[in-house]
Ligand binder design. Structure first.
Ligand SMILES: Cc1cc2nc3c(=O)[nH]c(=O)nc-3n(C[C@H](O)[C@H](O)[C@H](O)COP(=O)(O)OP(=O)(O)OC[C@H]3O[C@@H](n4cnc5c(N)ncnc54)[C@H](O)[C@@H]3O)c2cc1C
Length: 472
């Protein structure tokens, strides 16, 4: 039996990011992934939102993604664009980049960090006692202190852990296909069923997405694809060489618990929803970065209760996102009353305040964990300020590359061996997305995930003890 501190079921975006976070903290982590390569069937996610880019920036790897994708305004509600270029962040945009490339770049990073991967095998089950025995489809068993299910919406880990997947069945199913066509009627249209679109993929193929007249289940056939095209356009454009044919829906489900003892779930394993708004992959990255450092600390002996804060923080944040994806669904319909409503909401979202509010949610920049604390920075992302330090100019995010706790003091030097201490000067504005200007704090304690756990002028040592533990 092979031992690891943590086994991750599933090496999609969430599992890869989590593995990277654990490896950075020096934890022996292994990924078990069904796919032999990082190839992704079909296109799936088309990019990253601003907060996801910031998280990668915190680890020093955003440049790899920015070099390959196209920076653009990607946030939108029900196809109504929400521009974030006035948000106070270095990354006031999203990134168009295919999920497959995102996964490949994450996999390369994880490989550099020395994470072991078991590929071409499934996790088939597990038994928990004072650890977890994880059964693989090739007959092997892995032993770990913790198992994390990052194994997607149909998560076997979630099911076997008996975690309820609470939510709503699909109101609309969509057929999606990538294939060759002759003179397709490119563009988008709406009808009573919802939205339909034909878009070029840039390599001669076309992607067809179509809201179906009634909710259907299972994988569609090529005949169904042709039938749907004829139903909508009166012809099938000679659809051929189908490279991807699938079905997705706006079914929305959220795990009642992100944890069952030594077993946790994250990403799509913990929440599924409509792809409207392009949130799923991004939510998985937010989960992974929230959980990674906590699990690392617990493996190293911190109180197990720290793991419960993963659900306490991420569940409400994700619930807000699930709600907005559900709100967008009905607006996709194309009848006159819905058109009128969409136009009205579109007008409202042009106003600065509503635009910022919903763009903050969809870009992930407004995430606010309830950590107590009087200063508005507490629980929110630390801005990537340009600091002047005794060692020269430093960006805040460069201090987080190896995922430590960082204490930045803007006044007197503070020394504490439990955290990375930096004394800095910063004369610029303190501004947060959505919230606007906030008072400059005399000192901030930043968690490894880039969220502020303490800000103020009291004694920071108590805060360090709460978050990091007593001095040795
Ligand atoms: C059509 C479509 C469009 C989308 N568009 C967007 C978008 O624009 N933006 C966005 O952010 N998201 C989008 N999404 C959602 C996004 O693809 C998912 O949210 C994201 O892939 C979730 O990542 P994950 O790692 O949690 O799960 P997955 O990507 O599902 O990864 C799970 C991994 O686990 C593996 N696995 C499963 N079971 C086992 C097992 N038992 N043992 C071992 N391995 C296992 C799988 O092979 C897979 O690699 C879209 C999805 C669809 C279907």
């Amino acid at each position: 039996m092979t031992n690891h501190a943590v086994v991750i079921a599933g090496g999609g975006p969430t599992g890869l990011m989590l593995a990277g976070e654990l490896a950075l903290a020096g934890i022996d982590v292994a990924i078990v992934e069904r796919r032999v390569t990082q190839e992704v069937a079909g296109s799936r996610a088309g990019g990253l939102h601003a907060r996801a880019i910031e998280l990668l920036d915190q680890r020093g790897i955003a440049g790899r993604f920015l070099a390959e994708g196209k920076a653009m305004q990607v946030a939108g509600f029900a196809m109504i664009p929400l521009d974030i270029s006035d948000f106070p962040t270095r990354h006031n945009y999203g990134l168009a980049l295919k999920q497959e490339r995102i996964e490949q770049l994450l996999a390369a990073w994880v490989a550099e960090l020395g994470v072991q991967s078991y590929r071409g095998v499934d996790v088939t089950g597990f038994v928990q006692d004072d650890g977890v025995s994880v059964a693989l489809s090739d007959g092997r068993t892995l032993r770990a202190q913790y198992l994390v299910g990052c194994d997607g919406g149909r998560s076997i880990v979630r099911k076997q852990a008996g975690i309820e997947f609470v939510g709503w069945d699909a109101a609309t199913s969509y057929l999606i296909a990538e294939c060759e066509m002759t003179e397709p009627a490119l563009g988008m249209r709406r009808d009573a069923a919802g939205i339909h679109g034909l878009a070029p993929l840039g390599d001669g193929r076309v992607r067809f997405v179509s809201a179906e007249a009634e909710v259907r289940h299972g994988e569609p056939t090529v005949d169904e694809l042709r039938g749907e095209l004829v139903h909508l356009y009166g012809r099938d454009f000679g659809a051929r060489n189908v490279t991807w044919l699938s079905r997705f829906s706006d079914a929305t489900r959220h795990a009642a618990s992100y944890r069952a003892g030594r077993v946790l779930i994250a990403g799509d394993a913990a929440h599924v929803h409509s792809p409207a708004g392009g949130q799923g992959l991004n939510l998985g990255l937010y989960d992974a970065v929230n959980l990674g450092w906590k699990l690392a600390r617990v493996v190293r002996g911190a109180a197990d209760a720290l793991l419960d804060t993963f659900q306490a923080e991420r569940h409400p944040a994700t619930a807000r996102t699930l709600a907005i994806t559900m709100a967008a669904g009905p607006l996709n319909r194309g009848d006159v009353r819905t058109d009128a409503l969409r136009d009205m909401i579109g007008e409202m979202l042009k106003m600065t305040e509503p635009r910022r509010r919903y763009a903050g949610l969809l870009s992930g920049l407004d995430i606010a964990y309830d950590l107590g604390g009087a200063h508005p920075l507490v629980g929110r992302r630390m801005p990537d300020l340009d600091l002047e330090t005794p060692d020269g100019p430093r960006r805040v995010y460069s201090l987080l590359h190896d995922a430590p706790f960082v204490l930045v003091s803007f006044g007197e030097a503070i020394a504490d061996e439990r955290v990375r201490c930096v004394t800095a000067r910063y004369d610029g504005a303190w501004e947060l997305p959505v919230l606007g200007a906030v008072a400059a704090p005399p000192a901030v304690l930043i968690r490894p995930d880039g969220y502020v756990s303490w800000a103020g002028d009291g004694d920071v040592r108590d805060a360090i003890t709460t978050w990091v533990g007593s001095p040795r």
